[in-house]
Design a protein around this ligand. Structure first.
Ligand code: SAM
Length: 454
């Protein structure tokens, strides 16, 4: 509950910049986490107030007795109904218990609110002016070619009404669509386009997936002479990259193994894979609840391509997703530097395991972090590792790593590998980076490791 008590101080107090006030206060919780919670509450305040009013929360005797303030109530409603996790971030507490006694009423009011605004998800609810800035600049959708084709999708009732524009900057309102020039079968829409209510979405014909998050499967398969049909997604849930990789693996008895360590997330992964493949291709993806680092590489003699998108700091994520990314971290009292180093150690370990699969000749590493610790530095450590070197792994040349994407790895991070500027540029060319918002979505990093086919 401490998180909510601390955050409550900022909800109704609008004296000066919220960011400055939160980050300059002495808090026992992470300021980043408090800020994300408050900003999201303010963003949905109008809807939160409606739910509090209609479900008569302020009249609930148990909450009155506990003297729950309006600000605290708003924060609780935000986390319970509007956050990606949909839960109260606290252990047992009388306020939490009294609040949750009313969950059915609150959920019913949220359903009514969504019906009123004709939306399926809270992310599509109209917002108070000024809060749109926290949203993604573009809603990216990938056509799921396991179920349909872009041509037939564009003929359906929803898509045929959209007007095509030439750049993401032209996506100034709903009703417009942009065909991406970098990723095949990817389209950009205005973030307020009501996409989750369409049949195409509910039938799994389109998948909402950020453009940069499509880089790994695209990098793995964008050489037509080297398309991977036996693939591993080492860290798979919720499964966006898995289903994308599967869309390339449809020939010659293709099979994608998707590993996930977390017992809850593996269920989401399975659901997402079933929805994307449908009954016709139900054997294309094998979702496995396991820690990838414990999997024996020799049990997978046909796997040629691997995607490793491990847990990371999530520093490239913004808006609503930030809460999701930080939710597991907030109790840890670690400095950012210590945390980044721990993450980098885990990222190195899991990548090194991926690089030990006997027939693998292409491994794509990615994070949604902007920190070099988790990106170029992990790559440098792997390239310097004697076993990795002995196994013949190198960083791929730029021409096979989405060469038209202008933002590459940071050259200066490769200094320990070479003093020659040209060589450092080649290393950086084997990596891509995306800057949050500026590049049309989340911050991202990907690097492609290759070796001769064995
Ligand atoms: N690639 C996913 C996508 O695009 O939908 C997102 C992956 S998310 C960044 C990282 C996932 O890796 C988390 O679900 C986490 O539980 C899982 N994970 C972390 N360590 C793992 C391990 N050793 N083995 C398998 N899964 C792991």
């Amino acid at each position: 509950m401490k998180l909510y008590f601390e955050a409550a101080k900022f909800v109704d107090n609008d004296k000066g910049s919220l960011k400055n006030r939160v980050f300059n206060s002495k808090l026992s919780n992470s300021p980043k986490h408090v800020y994300a919670l408050v900003i999201s509450t303010l963003k949905y305040k109008e809807h939160i107030d409606t739910i509090i009013r209609k479900s008569r929360l302020k009249d609930v005797p148990q909450l009155k007795k506990l003297k729950v303030s309006d600000a605290l109530l708003s924060l609780l409603v935000q986390d319970f109904l509007f956050s990606p996790k949909g839960r109260i971030q606290s252990g047992k507490h009388p306020i939490k218990e009294a609040f949750l006694l009313n969950k059915t009423r609150m959920q019913a009011e949220l359903t009514k609110l969504k019906l009123k605004h004709k939306v399926k998800s809270v992310a599509e609810l109209p917002l108070k002016e000024g809060f749109d800035d926290d949203e993604t600049p573009v809603r990216w959708i990938r056509v799921n070619t396991l179920k349909t084709t872009p041509e037939s999708l564009m003929k359906n009732a929803f898509f045929s009404k959209l007007t095509e524009v030439g750049s993401i900057e032209d996506l100034t309102s709903p009703g417009l669509i942009f065909k991406d020039k970098i990723i095949q079968n990817l389209y950009g829409l205005h973030p307020r386009e009501k996409i989750t209510g369409t049949q195409a979405y509910t039938h799994g014909e389109i998948i909402i997936q950020d453009r940069a998050s499509c880089f790994p499967a695209e990098i793995l398969n964008n050489d037509p002479s080297d398309v991977h049909v036996n693939v591993i997604d080492a860290t798979a849930a919720p499964g966006n990259k898995t289903t994308h990789a599967a869309s390339f693996a449809t020939k010659n008895d293709g099979l994608v193994y998707a590993f996930e360590r977390d017992s809850k997330r593996v269920n989401t992964l399975k659901m997402m894979c079933q929805r994307a493949t449908g009954k016709a291709r139900k054997n294309l993806i094998q979702a496995v609840h396991a820690d990838f680092t414990t999997v024996n590489p020799t049990d997978f003699p046909s796997v040629t391509g691997i995607i490793v998108d491990p847990s990371c700091s999530g520093s490239g994520i913004f808006g609503r997703a930030i809460e999701d990314a930080n939710a597991n971290e907030q109790s840890k009292e670690e400095t950012d530097e210590t945390r980044l180093q721990k993450l980098a150690g885990f990222q190195f370990k899991i990548m090194k395991h991926a690089l030990s699969f006997p027939k693998a000749h292409k491994v794509v590493y990615s994070t949604c972090s902007i920190h070099p610790h988790e990106n170029e530095r992990v790559v440098v450590d792997l390239l310097s590792d004697p076993e990795v070197k002995k196994a013949g792994w190198k960083l791929a040349p730029r021409d096979v790593v989405i060469s038209s994407w202008p933002r590459r790895g940071w050259e200066e991070e490769f200094t320990s590998l070479s003093e020659d500027g040209e060589i450092r540029k080649q290393y950086a060319g084997g990596c891509v980076r995306a800057v949050p918002k500026e590049d049309g979505g989340i911050g991202f990093f990907a690097a492609c490791f290759v070796r001769d086919k064995q």
